[in-house]
Design a binder for this molecule. Structure first.
Ligand code: SF4
Length: 168
């Protein structure tokens, strides 16, 4: 099983709390004005990498606190990313998934897409929503615009409403 990626960063401090291994998924349909990385839009761009190879790279990073799936749009490759996510969690690492979809849209999509459901549920946090230039805020930790929320997945599912995370 492969994931088409735009690239990876082995030790990031800007894609969630702590030192993190980041996978930038290739392919995005959101086409946000002001997107910082339009090179990730083409679903046929980037390079395909086996899930097992990505897991090996993650295992080699002994100092990381967690893994972040960013993009591009990770939920376009939800099935293989969910599989990798489960293996990441089995290593004792936490998992953050960025998405241009809103939480509410994902809850609708996951009703008809098992991969989306699995990626949603395996993620500890989802940072949701498109980048909106008018909402841009350079002071925000770990996100680009004020509409984007850091959502605690487990508590949001349990409470039946969005529970935003305190990490900052
Ligand atoms: S969701 Fe992210 S990668 Fe996709 S267009 Fe928007 S800012 Fe760019």
């Amino acid at each position: 099983m492969e994931i088409r990626i735009a690239g990876t960063v082995r030790e990031s401090v800007v894609d969630g709390p702590g030192l993190r291994f980041v996978i930038f998924a290739q392919g995005c349909r959101h086409r946000c004005t002001g997107c910082h990385n339009p090179g990730t839009w083409d679903p046929l761009g980037g390079i395909p990498v086996k899930v097992a190879e990505l897991l090996n790279q993650i295992k080699n990073e002994k100092l990381i606190k967690g893994v972040t799936f960013s993009g591009g749009e990770p939920f376009l490759q939800a099935g293989p990313l969910a599989r990798l996510g489960r293996q990441v969690k089995a290593l004792g690492l936490d998992l953050i998934t960025y998405t241009g979809y809103t939480w509410e849209k994902l809850l609708t999509l996951q009703l008809e897409d098992q991969g989306i459901k699995e990626l949603l549920l395996v993620s500890d946090y989802v940072v949701d929503g498109p980048f909106i230039t008018e909402e841009r805020d350079f002071e925000l930790p770990f996100r680009g615009s004020r509409n984007q929320r850091i959502i605690d997945v487990k508590n949001s599912i349990a409470d039946g409403k969005v529970v935003e995370s305190g990490f900052s």
